[in-house]
Design a binder for this molecule. Structure first.
Ligand code: GLA
Length: 646
């Protein structure tokens, strides 16, 4: 990425007034059914192969568009020989830069054989990635490719004059993206070439408006932008979603065995928070990571409060790892370890972005830390939840395995100063009068057990990470907020998507202090949260605080997977953080589509009402909060202490 990236984004061209008929029809079909009606079905994405977050390597952070077959294969070989492959690193993904042009006689994509010599299967005009993917598959690995929603890719949109390997030829030949070619390119990439993973970027539907310098200069064709990065109101959310869904359908058709990963790259724009989890296996929550500490904070923040939006099959993606570079290089191992520990805790994909030929043993040890990989790859798929939150220190807890007495905990020092951190049994939802044991997941050393609380000294930028064991406050089940991988905010009640004010804002990596500063596009504000109100405040109903619970706006529907539990219980009401203090909200629990329990209409200031439901034989419950009004000022509600009990 270059400074041009953001400078250009500031001049986003006017949106298309008229959309293609297909997109409008798709958007209409989507609004037809009552979104609050219980369906008895889990609606988050479960196609493709991403039961746990994908792990592997990608060319982008290592080489940009200057990737070559030899460079990719070198890192792939090291992944196998070092034992990283055996630990789960599987996908070898080529990012932007692989393409030469689109052949005009039949629209077939051509590979730059100068970079990928094995692709020259029949002269320069007849290229195939099959020899490359065969090679990757023979190594026991899987192969990933890259494309764009629009006609053109990000390197074409933002690459400076020295960007190597931009597509060549006429304007039409350089249109390498999927727009208008989904049904041609996806079968080519998956059926014919044998790829297993695709990342689909969005620059082509963002940066080629009539005002774009490149369009004005005649080097690219105009495509009225669907995404305005600075304005959610000027972004055509249904159209972006419809394009991604169309690609998803094509992927499904091209992969009858379902062995593919679909990675959405809309950088948190287009309200992708609300729907990415229903459309693809991975969804980027922020703009690109750079190897700087403050940028890492920003990308982490864009995913950290969104535990409920990640599940087996559909993960938050704060971007590929930058370990090995800049402020995460071999001279910054504390920072590199923090970056890895945080990505592991929030179930981010673990995609190495480094030329592994350069990796020191210390860096290889970070990538290969089995205890942290195990957290990330835990089958439950529960993203860590913030149990303590400040600008300086955050404490995250993560449910792992089937034993509720054990959970992972990370103490994260965001600052450049040493800090004292007090961890309490309460943070872990353990009894304060029972011993808590901690095993350090970096050193495997057991700490002296503590009762009540323990004190730690953290180095600047350090993350301590432990496996904890103690006696849960809830003895006969688990809180829903500790099981985010089983809770899907199918409808989160957000009427007006807004940028999340708590995502860390750093000096622009591309633009310096030119302009007004970068505002993250991630429209997460008001979305459902574990152990916090939708506006990030502590959960509280009529003065009664809840340490555990789900905070969400009214006119919402949560889907919850039931395993062997027999009862659901919660104390429900309007949250004290609500600004709409007039409307009443009714809370209902459905089991496999049938009504099991319903509250009185409850208003702001009314005491929490207990709701419980017998779950015998039930596989999925839905928690529906209805206010009846469509007011943009939605009521904030709390499912306090919501739990699945034995
Ligand atoms: C965008 C994406 C990056 C990378 C580049 C390639 O910026 O967000 O991850 O794929 O494009 O040009």
């Amino acid at each position: 990425m270059t400074p041009a990236f953001h400078r250009l984004a500031r001049h986003a061209a006017p949106m298309a007034l008229a959309l293609s008929l297909a997109l409008t029809a798709a958007a209409r079909a989507e609004t037809a059914a009552d979104p609050l009606a219980a369906t008895g079905k889990w609606s988050a994405y479960s196609e493709g192969r991403a039961a746990t977050p994908p792990m592997g390597w990608s060319s982008w952070n290592a080489f940009g568009t200057d990737l070559t077959e030899a460079r990719v294969l070198d890192s792939a070989r090291i992944i196998v020989e070092s034992g990283l492959a055996a630990k789960g690193y599987r996908y070898i993904n080529i990012d932007d830069g692989w393409w030469l042009k689109r052949r005009q006689s039949d629209g077939r994509m051509q590979i730059r054989t100068k970079l990928f010599p094995s692709a020259a299967v029949g002269g320069p005009e007849e290229t195939s990635f099959r020899p490359f993917t065969d090679r990757i598959h023979q190594m026991g690995l899987k192969a990933g490719i890259y494309s764009d929603l629009g006609r053109n890719a990000c390197s074409q949109a933002y690459g400076g004059p020295n960007t190597p390997n931009l597509p060549e030829g006429t304007v039409q030949e350089r249109e390498v993206g999927l727009y208008g070619h989904i049904e041609q390119d996806i079968p080519l990439y998956f059926k014919e070439w044998g790829f297993d993973f695709i990342k689909v970027d969005g620059c082509g539907v963002r940066a080629f408006g009539a005002d774009s310098e490149r369009v004005k200069a005649g080097t690219y064709r105009e495509l009225p932008p669907l995404i305005d990065f600075q304005s959610i109101s000027r972004t055509n959310i249904p159209a972006v979603k419809a394009l991604y869904k169309q690609i998803g359908s094509s992927l499904k058709a091209s992969n009858p065995d379902g062995d593919y990963v679909f990675s959405l790259c809309a950088w948190g724009s287009a309200d992708v928070r609300a729907w990415g989890k229903d459309v693809g296996n991975l969804s980027r929550t922020s703009d690109d990571l750079t190897p700087s500490w403050s940028r890492m904070l920003s990308n982490f923040d864009s995913a950290a409060t969104r535990a409920l939006y990640a599940h087996p099959g559909s993960w938050n993606d704060p971007d590929m790892l930058f370990i090995g570079h800049g402020e995460f290089d071999a001279q910054h191992l504390v920072q590199a370890r923090s970056h890895f520990a945080l990505w592991a805790m929030i179930n981010a994909p673990l995609l190495i972005g480094y030329d592994l030929k350069q990796a020191t043993p210390e860096l290889m040890q970070i990538f290969g830390n089995e205890a942290l990989i195990a957290l990330n790859q835990d089958a439950g798929g529960h993203q860590a939840v913030l149990t303590y939150d400040s600008d300086d220190i955050q404490i995250l807890i993560k449910t792992v395995g089937a034993d509720p007495t054990r959970k992972a905990v990370a103490l994260f020092n965001r600052t450049a100063e040493g800090k004292e951190v007090i961890l309490t049994a309460e943070h872990l939802k353990y009894l304060a009068n029972q011993p808590v044991t901690l095993r350090d997941l970096w050193t495997q050393a057991d700490q002296t057990p503590f009762t009540g609380e323990a004190k730690f000294q953290l180095e600047p930028h350090q993350t301590l990470i432990f496996m904890a064991s103690g006696t849960p406050v809830l003895s006969n089940g688990q809180y829903l907020s500790d099981l985010p991988g089983r809770v899907n905010p199918a409808v989160d009640g957000v009427v007006v998507p807004q940028a999340d004010p708590f995502i860390y804002r750093m000096k622009s990596p591309w633009n310096g202090t030119r302009g007004r500063g970068d505002i993250p596009a991630y429209t997460g504000w008001g979305g459902a949260q574990a152990d916090a109100s939708p506006y990030g405040r502590p959960l509280q109903i009529a003065g009664k605080a809840f340490r555990s619970g789900i905070g969400i706006l009214a006119n919402s529907r949560l889907e919850v997977r039931v395993q062997s539990e027999r009862r659901f219980e919660a104390k429900v009401g309007v949250d004290d953080s609500t600004l709409n203090t007039t409307e009443a909200v009714t809370f209902a629990v459905y089991g496999d589509g049938k009504l099991l329990a319903k509250s009185q209409p409850l208003r702001f200031g009314q005491a929490p009402q207990a709701l419980s439901a017998d779950l015998k034989g039930v596989r999925l419950i839905e928690l529906v909060a209805t206010s009846g009004s469509k007011s943009a000022n939605a009521v904030a509600v709390t499912w306090g202490d919501a739990a699945l009990l034995k």
